[in-house]
Design a protein around this ligand. Structure first.
Ligand SMILES: *Cc1c(COP(=O)(O)O)cnc(C)c1O
Length: 390
């Protein structure tokens, strides 16, 4: 029976054990046994897909991968211990000395560190392009460009990249297109439909959705995933079966959770626009977003993150955080609990103001991850904190 992806995300399950359990059990085992020498030989010769060792595969990890593949429309996938191990593996397994990586300029902080600090150690070149200037992209492609890496929406500025345009460009030049789909999640946006070859995820965020575990995945083209699998099998960033079990059950509620997160985020964005303490509000599904048309073309909803710029700049950002009573001050996002952060004084404080501005971080930028609390309470808390910065 051909299932809708949302059904597959709920119904795809490891085979029942003789106990007949309805929900998937937890396979906390480092290795798997064979009945005889021939079975074991065949497994090691890759003639079967039997589990051998949990660094290679595990039933809980398999279930999570299959569910995310169903949602993303991907042929294959591999799950890792964190989003960063997924990003790193996708680079190291597929790029070699002399290759060039072209990335959008606003990428997650640790991804930026990997690209600028570690890839050069292995002779891998990189350069950045501006998300909002598609007319400049093609000129940045070099003969040795092997991969284009993007995030859309970007963190924390929520710029969008036209997936159809970048997908066509990557195809034309036969370059691997690798998309970090963490912010949108596969229930809102499926980059593979627009020509992406790979999709990476920090499952730590919305896929888990409750701020409990770390995890990451890469899904996409079978041949590329096989290379990533071989890299991970040997280098060991395996996802723990326990975390896989938690994440897999979270996938069952991803669609309904994201509907509410996105509705709450849109409500906050709409309510805050025009507030005297705020210069501008940014949210993909706000008609004032400069790339609103792109958002409507490639996303089902605007996701759970919004941001705004306080007119009072850096000091107002610090005062805003101190004025909050309900929202959590924490570095994470994608939680049932709403979160506020001020990148200029925290995650990006080590950069110069000029460096911050190239990645879209202005002094008074506040990022909000909309949780699942009642929207009136969240809005009241934000409005109360804004009173203190006016
Ligand atoms: C958090 C995040 C990552 C890294 O994920 P971890 O699970 O923390 O390693 C990568 N990309 C984006 C967009 C993120 O928000």
């Amino acid at each position: 029976m051909k299932l809708h992806p949302l059904t597959a995300a709920i119904r795809t399950q490891v085979d029942r054990t003789p106990e007949g359990e309805h929900s998937s059990p937890l396979f906390l085992t480092s290795s798997f046994c064979f009945d005889n020498a021939e079975e074991m030989r065949a497994a090691f010769a890759d003639e079967t897909d039997d589990n051998i060792y949990s660094r290679f595969s595990n039933p809980n990890t398999r279930e999570l991968i299959d569910r995310v593949c169903a949602l993303e429309g991907a042929e294959a996938g591999f799950a890792m211990a964190s989003g960063m191990s997924a990003v790193f593996a996708s680079f190291m397994a597929l790029l070699r000395q002399g290759d060039h990586l072209l990335s959008c300029s606003a990428v997650f902080g640790s991804t930026h560190t990997v690209i600028t600090k570690y890839l050069p150690k292995y002779g891998i070149e990189s350069s950045y392009f501006a998300a909002d200037k598609p007319e400049t992209w093609e000129a940045l492609i070099r003969p040795n460009t092997k991969m284009i890496y993007i995030e859309t929406p970007t963190n924390p500025g929520l710029d969008l990249i036209d997936l159809e345009a970048i997908g066509a460009l990557a195809k034309k030049h036969n370059i691997i297109l690798n998309v970090d789909n963490c912010f949108a999640t596969p229930v809102s946006q499926q980059p593979i439909r627009f020509g992406a070859d790979l999709v990476v995820h920090s499952a730590t965020k919305w896929l888990d959705g409750q701020g409990r575990v770390l995890g990451g995945l890469v899904v996409g083209r079978k041949d590329l995933i096989h290379e990533i699998y071989l890299f991970c099998r040997s280098t060991g960033p395996a996802l723990s079966p326990f975390n896989a079990w938690i994440l897999s059950k979270s996938i069952e509620t991803l669609d309904v959770r994201m509907e509410r997160h996105a509705a709450n985020a849109l409500h906050l964005a709409t309510s805050l626009e025009g507030h005297p303490a705020i210069r501008w509000v940014r949210y993909p599904f706000l008609p004032s977003h400069p790339q609103y048309d792109i958002a409507r073309k490639q996303m089902r909803d605007g996701g759970g993150v919004l941001c705004f710029e306080l007119a009072g700049g850096l000091e107002a950002g610090r005062r805003f955080l101190d004025g909050l009573k309900l929202l959590s001050l924490t570095a994470n996002l994608g939680d049932t609990r709403s979160i506020a952060s001020h990148p200029a004084s925290t995650t990006h404080a080590k950069l110069t103001e000029a460096e911050r501005s190239t990645v879209g971080i202005t002094p008074g930028l506040i990022r909000i991850s909309a949780g699942l609390e009642h929207r009136d309470d969240v809005l009241a808390d934000i409005l109360g904190a804004l009173d203190g910065v006016c």
